[in-house]
Design a protein around this ligand. Sequence first.
Ligand code: PMP
Length: 390
Amino acid sequence: MKRIYLDHAATTPLDKRVAKTMRDFELKYFGNPSSIHHEGQQARAEIDFARAKIAEFLVCKPQEIIFTSGATEANNLAIKGVVSHAIFKLGIKPHIITTELEHQSVYNVVKELADRGVAEASFIKPSADGLVFPEQIIKEIKDNTVLVSTIFVSNEIGSVIPVREISKQLSLIRANSRIVYHVDAVQAAKFFNCNVEKLGCDLLTLSAHKLYGPKGIGVLYVKTGTKIDSLLQGGSQEYGLRPGTQNTAGIIGMACAIELLGPLEERQRQAAEIKKLRDRLWDSIKKILGVEINGPVGDSRSPENLSITIYKTDQDALIAALDLAGFAVSTGSACVSGSSKPSHVIQALGKITDGPTATLRITLGKDNTKREIDSFIKTFPEIIKKLRQK
Ligand code: PMP
């Protein structure tokens, strides 16, 4: 049976060209980029080149790119690094503003810091259709606010957060304040403009495996002058902010994957194609009784995401039946699937459920075809009908 992969927010397949570039690199440039001999310097030159390519994508300086082991680490570094600076260098108990739409690697970090009494935190509640508005953030600012951290595109429900508007409103206040703005752009980089100057952020997170690149490599963009501490002690790699020998092949793979995304116009063209398929899917699925979309509709929704609530249907049985029929989809965030409890994001939407209820996240990618979507459209109602009869 041909498998149909519809879980691109969890991870994307590795592009064959990226895989080849990485393999060729690894065999040729094995040196430690911190070594001063020829082999080391060759590896160093290659990662410098990759850093410059990623800097071009974000429209920033190469030395503002910090390589990490992925977005989870980059988000931890962003939050804990700013909090650590505030506590140990500024001598204040910091306040963080974030949202209930965040990925666990932001949400759980902020929650933990607040629960331990290390920092104060405000979590912005989204509207029932999953939107967050700049005024909600501005309203929460206090004298000790040091960090605002928002997702750019929700990995679960596809909401697009108005990052530019938030940064504009923050800049009116920030002129004489110490607030750092961090953006988790992991799910946005494929389709949205990640020019950090235009976005107006100080920190921004990327992950390669969401962009047809390898797993285990990510980036934290750190604007020059941002007050942030390193979380690890060790060597002086990554400008002292992230010690440890770099994942050189991963870095080369990440730069290659980002280059393959192409210019913004190409990414937007691809987004429009994917959106057409996503809309075709939703136009059909919404005819099923007891099915509701999670998150916004229209321009505030990312093109590849369809998240739905299906009433009177058992979630685990649904995922299993779809998997058996050849479809890879997810219940919500891949990081919480396996749990039948709705994620904090779905809970934040305030849906009232009575009896078995399933959340399904379908996320399309560049290689999905109309045929694949039509196959899902045909199979899905049959599965729901069967499960509801049980
Ligand atoms: N942020 C967002 C928005 C994500 O979707 C993910 C991955 N699900 C992460 C952070 C964590 O990424 P990584 O797997 O690279 O740690």
